[in-house]
Design a protein around this ligand. Structure first.
Ligand SMILES: *Cc1c(COP(=O)(O)O)cnc(C)c1O
Ligand code: SF4
Length: 330
């Protein structure tokens, strides 16, 4: 047999995602009446989810907190005056394709437009990724931009999902980055450790451990049920590889809008060596209105958390505002 392409197992998994709502509905034993609505809503933003993540969902439960994050629903098709296609107006802080420079000292760049999962509430669900994915050809312009601004001490790789790219590509990019002496920190914003833990291979761990930068991975889990034993063990390995682990979550109606749910999330993260970092108020993106909670309710929940958890387990409640030079703390 000739080996045509030597894809790693995790890369195979990325090509074997669940993208057909009918398959998801059948796998979970849900009522077939969900299918036509899901197919309709998937035209706006396709279904995409890893098999590993689906394995953590409870069968026959349409209210499963993981399922609700990925199953397209017909209510997404309704427009709402306050919910916009580009709520953060990111296009305004987009100096060159693939680069966002919004906050002092940090730039955010996209290595790929691919995610391993499509979260229905994602503020980038309408983002013109195809036009904004620099690819390797765009690296030079980005690296030059970073080189010319010595205030930039941190590079954030964001999404798409930066861990969806191969180790080889990560190595090539970081090698170039290492030549810019004012860059001290490399941060990944990635949902992959949560939704595709097999991606964090021994090879990846060996590489990142020795990369001569300060490394941060901000993972993204919204509910403790997302963190099964496999995810937990992998997070501990990342921690052992000298990576600072933080979590960002989004406050979502019907998913994690209970004090007890948020307590369990913080405690499970901490038991997995991850510090709660941000709890984002939903960005008002078209199609996600049904996940929205009032600011008042968000603050109440956050206050209730503060009454029950040590300070270090309280994520900062934040809101992104178009045009603001920092995230708003609530
Ligand atoms: C959130 C965000 C960052 C990082 O902000 P921190 O407060 O450092 O976590 C950087 N750039 C953009 C565009 C962001 O949205
Ligand atoms: S960018 Fe993050 S939140 Fe948005 S769909 Fe991808 S994984 Fe989900």
């Amino acid at each position: 047999m000739i080996e045509l392409n030597k894809k790693a197992a995790w890369q195979q998994s990325l090509t074997n995602l669940i993208t057909d709502p009918k398959e998801l509905i059948a796998l979970l034993g849900l009522d077939a009446s969900y299918a036509p609505k899901a197919l309709e809503a998937a035209k706006l933003f396709p279904l995409r989810v890893t098999r590993s993540y689906v394995d953590r969902m409870q069968k026959k439960n349409p209210n499963d907190p993981l399922l609700k994050q990925v199953l397209p629903l017909d209510i997404e098709c309704k427009t709402h005056p306050d919910f916009k296609r580009d709520p953060l107006q990111e296009q305004l802080v987009n100096p060159i394709p693939g680069l966002l420079h919004k906050y002092h000292g940090r730039v955010l760049m996209t290595l790929t437009s691919v995610c391993a999962i499509h979260c229905r509430y994602c503020f980038r669900r309408h983002f013109p990724y195809a036009e904004n994915n620099p690819g390797k050809a765009g690296w030079e312009a980005i690296l030059n931009y970073i080189k010319q601004d010595s205030h930039i001490t941190e590079v954030i790789l964001s999404g798409g999902d930066p861990l969806a790219v191969s180790d080889k590509l990560l190595m090539q990019f970081t090698e170039k980055l290492l030549s810019i002496s004012h860059v001290k920190r490399l941060r990944f914003h990635s949902r992959i450790p949560i939704v595709l833990p097999e991606r964090i291979t021994r090879e990846f761990l060996a590489w990142i451990e020795t990369l001569p930068l300060q490394k941060v991975i901000v993972v993204h889990a919204n509910h403790a049920q997302e963190i099964n034993d496999e995810v937990k063990q992998m997070l501990v390995k990342l921690n052992n590889a000298d990576i600072t682990l933080l979590n960002q979550a989004v406050l979502l109606k019907g998913i994690n809008d209970q004090v007890q749910t948020l307590i369990e999330l913080s405690e499970t993260l901490f038991a997995s060596k991850v510090m709660p970092y941000y709890l984002h108020v939903l960005d008002k993106v078209e199609g996600a209105a049904h996940f929205d909670l009032s600011l008042e309710k968000a603050k109440q929940l956050h206050d209730a958390l503060r009454q029950q958890l040590p300070g270090y387990l309280i994520p900062k409640l934040t809101q992104e505002q178009a045009g603001s030079p920092y995230k708003i703390l609530l």
